[in-house]
Write a protein that binds this ligand. Structure first.
Ligand SMILES: [Zn+2]
Length: 374
C-alpha cells in the first residue's frame, strides 16, 4: 500500500466513523485531536513494523497466573499455575519472560480507577488517562500504538470480546480491521458477558483465522471472560476462562510455529487491564490492590529467563514503549502536548530485553532467575 493511498484511507476513515461502534451514538462522541496527516508525518520512515501480537485478558489477576488457584475460593485442592495456565508458564520458562511475579517487583495500572477502559487506554497509548476514569469514555483522541503501526505501513487488526474495547483501539476508527463485541448478532449469546459482548471462543476463533489467513504485521486480541465470571462471583468459571485464554496463547504459538521464520520473528505480549479486589469479585478505585497486573513477553529480542525482577515499579503505560522497542517503531510516540487527557508517557521495560536491544537505563536492570520450581 502506498503512503499516498494510506493517507487517503486515513482521511476517509475520519469521515465514515467506526464500523464497530460500541453503542448507538458512540461514533458521534469521537474526538479528533490529531489530524491523520500529522500522524503520517510524524512516522518518519514509513516502513512496516512487526510482526507482533498483543493479547489482553480482562480482569485476570496475578494470583492465579503465578501462584495457581485460591483454595479458599475454589474449595478444592490447590491447582498450580502450571496446571491452569500451562502455556503462559511454558512461555516464561522456554520462550520469554514474565514481569510482576510475587517478590519480583510490581507492574500495575496507574489508575486511580482500576477499570477496563482506562486500563486499555493506558496499554495502547503508553500514557495513563487522566480524564477518562470509567467505562463510558469516548473513543481515544490520540493515536494508539496500533495507529502508529498502521501509519508506518504495517497491516494491523484488532479483535475484542468486549464491545467497548474499540474505543481504546484506534483514534481513527475503521482505518484497519477492528472487530469488538458480537455486532448486535442475535444468534450469539453474550454469556458470560451481557449487552453486545462476544464470547471469547468466538473472538479467539476470529483472531486465529485472521492471523493464519492474513498474517497481519500487528495483531491485538482482547479476551474478556475472566472478568465476566469474576463479577458473577463464579470462581470455577473464572479459572476455566483463564485456562481458555491460556489455551488461546498456546494456539497462537502453534500457529506461529507453522509460519516458519515469520513466526519465529513474532513478538508476543500477554497482559491484563487490571487485577481484582481482595475479595475477588470486584475491582476499581476502592480496591488499590486491583491495580496490580502482570506481563508475559516472548520474541527475538527477549531472552528466555522466566520470572524476572523489575527494580522499579512498572505500569501499563510502559507497555506501548516496550512494544515500540521490540518492533522498532519510533518517532511518533511523544505527543503529550496534544492532549490534556493523558499523563506522562511510560518507559520501555528494558529488563525484558536481551542486552543488545535494551536502551541503557541506570535504574531498571534485569536479574536472571532460576527456573521456577513450581
Ligand atoms: Zn470488570
Amino acid at each position: 500500500m502506498s503512503n499516498g493511498w494510506r493517507r487517503a484511507a486515513l482521511v476517509v476513515v475520519l469521515a465514515v466513523g467506526s464500523s464497530c461502534a460500541a453503542s448507538p451514538g458512540a461514533a458521534g462522541r469521537v474526538k479528533r485531536a490529531v489530524p491523520a496527516a500529522d500522524l503520517e508525518r510524524d512516522v518518519p520512515d514509513h516502513r512496516p513494523v512487526g510482526p507482533m501480537i498483543l493479547v489482553t485478558v480482562d480482569g485476570a489477576r496475578w494470583q492465579e497466573i503465578f501462584d495457581g488457584t485460591d483454595t479458599a475460593l475454589s474449595r478444592a485442592p490447590k491447582r498450580s499455575a502450571r496446571e491452569i495456565v500451562p502455556n503462559l508458564d511454558r512461555l516464561a520458562r522456554e520462550r520469554g519472560a514474565a514481569i510482576g511475579a510475587p517478590g519480583r517487583g510490581v507492574i500495575r495500572a496507574t489508575g486511580p480507577n482500576f477499570v477496563s477502559l482506562p486500563g486499555y487506554t493506558e496499554i495502547l497509548t503508553g500514557r495513563a488517562p487522566i480524564g477518562c476514569q470509567d467505562n463510558t469514555c469516548p473513543t481515544i483522541a490520540v493515536p494508539t500504538l496500533l495507529d502508529e503501526a498502521f501509519a508506518s505501513g504495517s497491516s494491523v487488526a484488532a479483535f475484542g470480546s468486549w464491545e467497548m474495547l474499540d474505543r481504546a483501539v484506534s483514534a481513527y476508527p475503521a482505518s484497519f480491521p477492528v472487530s469488538c463485541g458480537r455486532h448486535d448478532d442475535p444468534r450469539i449469546d453474550p454469556w458470560p458477558g451481557s449487552g453486545d459482548f462476544r464470547p471469547d471462543r468466538l473472538t479467539a476463533a476470529a483472531a486465529l483465522a485472521y492471523l493464519e489467513e492474513q498474517r497481519p504485521d500487528v495483531l491485538y486480541v482482547g479476551l474478556g471472560e475472566p472478568d465476566e465470571y469474576g463479577h458473577r462471583g463464579d470462581y470455577a468459571g473464572y479459572v476455566r476462562a483463564l485456562s481458555y485464554a491460556d489455551a488461546f496463547v498456546g494456539r497462537l504459538f502453534a500457529a506461529l510455529d507453522r509460519m516458519g521464520p515469520r513466526g519465529a520473528e513474532t513478538h508476543v505480549f500477554v497482559t491484563a487491564d487490571h487485577g481484582r479486589s481482595r475479595e475477588f469479585k470486584h475491582h476499581g478505585g476502592g480496591s488499590p490492590e486491583s491495580a496490580r497486573v502482570w506481563l508475559f513477553a516472548a520474541g527475538p529480542s527477549i531472552a528466555a529467563r522466566g520470572r524476572i525482577t523489575s527494580n522499579v515499579e512498572r505500569h501499563l503505560a510502559d507497555l506501548a514503549p516496550t512494544l515500540r522497542t521490540a518492533i522498532g517503531l519510533g518517532g511518533a510516540h511523544d505527543r503529550g502536548e496534544r492532549s490534556l487527557d493523558l499523563g506522562w508517557p511510560g518507559a520501555s521495560i528494558d529488563e525484558l530485553f536481551r542486552p543488545a536491544q535494551a536502551v541503557a537505563s541506570p535504574i531498571a536492570q534485569a536479574t536472571p532467575v532460576p527456573r521456577s520450581p513450581q
